[in-house]
Design a protein around this ligand. Structure first.
Ligand code: NAD
Length: 396
């Protein structure tokens, strides 16, 4: 079939197999161009490995450090007349590249929140690798079924306490309008913490540790975001922010649990970037468009792969992780530089539909979004027939 983007609001319901493969090849090239990561990880488990930050973590570990990788994700395979979800194609391409480079790669498609997937992954680690020395936790999901009670929790993106009104971007039309979001009601906060907080990260580490598959000196990292004050009501101080606070609670608990094996848990605060998860958050796409313009102009713009390469190379395995006062790793440091934030803040105050093209990087936003689904990559013939039914080698 000939595959074109089909955009519905903030999601794209199609993805392009060759485009996704090109996207993976480009990310690998970025990592390789920086040379090997000295003393990097050797056996890495990535939970949420098919898109966004988790995918780039897997690529950075494999191609920067020759690591064997195990990936876990929730994606839909393609059929003869229907494309797979983008993370499926990403993983197929990743595994093909890993195999060509002589690297072990095995993937699991299923619900990472379930006990069954945890057990299956642990058995595979035992059989194939013995232990892992790095565990990346990079899930972003709107819901979670609790493995013990079966209760289904739903995460919401809402402010807490009062209605939040601010500028917002229609990412299809480029219109800058206003959005008004009602505050959390009932148990919205608890539900969001149950999905995006630290409980599942802790369950994973507990299960891995009690199975004896964590190597001495293991590091585990979960990803967070803080961002500028303009987004705080919907992010840092909103329901999702409560979930991110819960990650920090769990990080401290995991440090204690991992101490006997000289392990370390981290929360890494990453940069705001276009991913499937972030495009669903109100206000954030407008902020990202303004941020990209400023950071591209000063030459400090990074995408997921540059961020994750820097996390491994200059923080986790550099001997100098540079934690902040709360013990978090910061690779959002360039985003949060005062002169960057001052300029973004000024433009935030001024931006409207008329001047958005000049103040924001709408083209950059849209092309980053399309690239997530394998569209708009150089060298891919989008008018050619393509087979959507692509196999992931380790899944079949
Ligand atoms: P993403 O949507 O690109 O990736 C989410 C991953 O989780 C995918 O691999 C998906 O398959 C997997 N997943 C979702 N539900 C699953 C389930 N039930 N079982 C197994 N796998 C499942 O998201 P992302 O933006 O890369 O987010 C990853 C983490 O990074 C999140 O914690 C997010 O808050 C954080 N983060 C994101 C940004 C940003 O701007 N995008 C910034 C800082 C931190």
């Amino acid at each position: 079939m000939i595959v074109a983007p089909k955009i519905r609001g903030f999601i794209c319901t199609t993805s392009h197999p060759e485009g996704c493969a090109k996207h993976i090849a480009e990310q690998i090239a970025v990592v390789k161009s920086r040379g090997p990561i000295a003393n990097g990880p050797k056996k890495v488990l990535v939970i949420g490995s098919s898109t966004g930050y988790g995918l780039s973590s897997r690529i950075a570990a494999a191609f920067g450090s020759n690591a064997a990788t195990v990936g876990v994700f929730f994606e839909r395979p393609g059929e003869a007349d229907r494309t797979a979800t983008t993370g499926w194609y990403n993983t197929a391409a990743f595994e093909n590249e890993a195999k060509a480079a002589g690297l072990y790669a095995r993937s699991f498609n299923g619900d990472a929140y379930s006990d069954a997937v945890k057990t299956e992954v642990i058995e595979a680690i035992k059989a194939d690798l013995g232990q892992v020395d790095c565990v990346i936790y990079s899930l972003a999901s709107p819901r979670r079924t609790h493995p013990k009670t079966g209760e289904v929790f739903k995460s919401v993106l809402k402010p807490i306490g009062e209605v939040y009104v601010n500028k917002n971007l229609n990412t299809t039309t480029g219109v800058v309008n206003e959005v008004s979001i009602e505050p959390a009601q009932g148990d919205d906060i608890e539900q969001t913490v149950a999905v995006m907080g630290g409980e599942d990260w802790e369950l994973w580490i507990d299960a891995l540790q009690s199975a004896g598959v964590l190597a001495d000196g293991v590091q585990t990292v979960s990803y967070s975001y803080i961002g500028p004050e303009v987004t705080w009501p919907i992010y840092k101080n909103g329901t999702i922010g409560r979930a991110k606070e819960d990650l920090e609670r769990v990080q401290k608990a995991l440090d204690v649990k991992l101490a006997p094996i000289q392990g370390k848990a981290w929360v890494s605060v990453n940069k705001a970037l276009v991913t499937q998860a972030s495009s669903a958050i109100p206000v954030v796409p407008l902020y990202i468009s303004l941020l990209y313009k400023v950071m591209k102009a000063e030459g400090t713009h990074e995408d997921c792969i540059e961020q994750m390469d820097r996390l491994f190379r200059e923080r986790l395995y550099s001997g100098n992780p540079q934690p902040d006062e709360a013990g978090r790793i910061r690779v959002d440091d360039w985003e949060m530089k005062p002169h960057v934030q001052d300029l973004v803040g000024q433009r935030w105050a001024e931006v409207n539909t008329e001047n958005f093209a000049e103040l924001g990087d709408f083209e950059g936003y849209q092309s980053s979004f399309l690239r997530l689904f394998g569209f708009g990559l150089a060298g891919v013939d989008y008018s050619a027939e393509t087979n959507p039914d692509v196999k992931i080698p380790s899944i079949g």
